[in-house]
Design a protein around this ligand. Structure first.
Ligand code: FES
Length: 103
């Protein structure tokens, strides 16, 4: 069984079972741990902002230009920030670690 390890804004860790082919935003939202994903993945809201564990940042497919532009608009962006709606789950991501961000 694959897992995503998620630290929520309170510092609690959640081990979530992902679904192949789903956006990570959808997986987080489906588990009800405080992910909004308001625009549904259209790169319009940035409410799906997460911070990847540095060890995972290079293993996740890189962001496209529109994601980078949207991340640039955020006040709390970090080097490993991503929009989780732009990461599609596949088996290679098993064990992914990320943190939710309080905006
Ligand atoms: S869900 Fe809106 S940018 Fe990701």
């Amino acid at each position: 069984m694959s897992l995503i390890h998620v630290e929520d804004v309170d510092g609690s860790i959640h081990d979530l079972e992902p679904v192949e082919g789903w956006r990570v935003m959808e997986i987080l939202r489906g588990h009800g741990i405080g992910m909004e994903g308001t625009c549904g993945g259209a790169v319009a809201c940035a409410s799906c902002h997460v911070i990847l564990d540095p060890e995972w940042a290079a293993k996740v497919p890189p962001p496209r230009e529109e994601e980078l532009y949207k991340l640039d608009e955020l006040p709390l962006v970090q080097d490993t920030s991503r929009l989780s709606c732009q990461i599609i789950w596949s088996g290679e991501l098993d064990g992914l670690r990320l943190k939710l961000v309080e905006e």
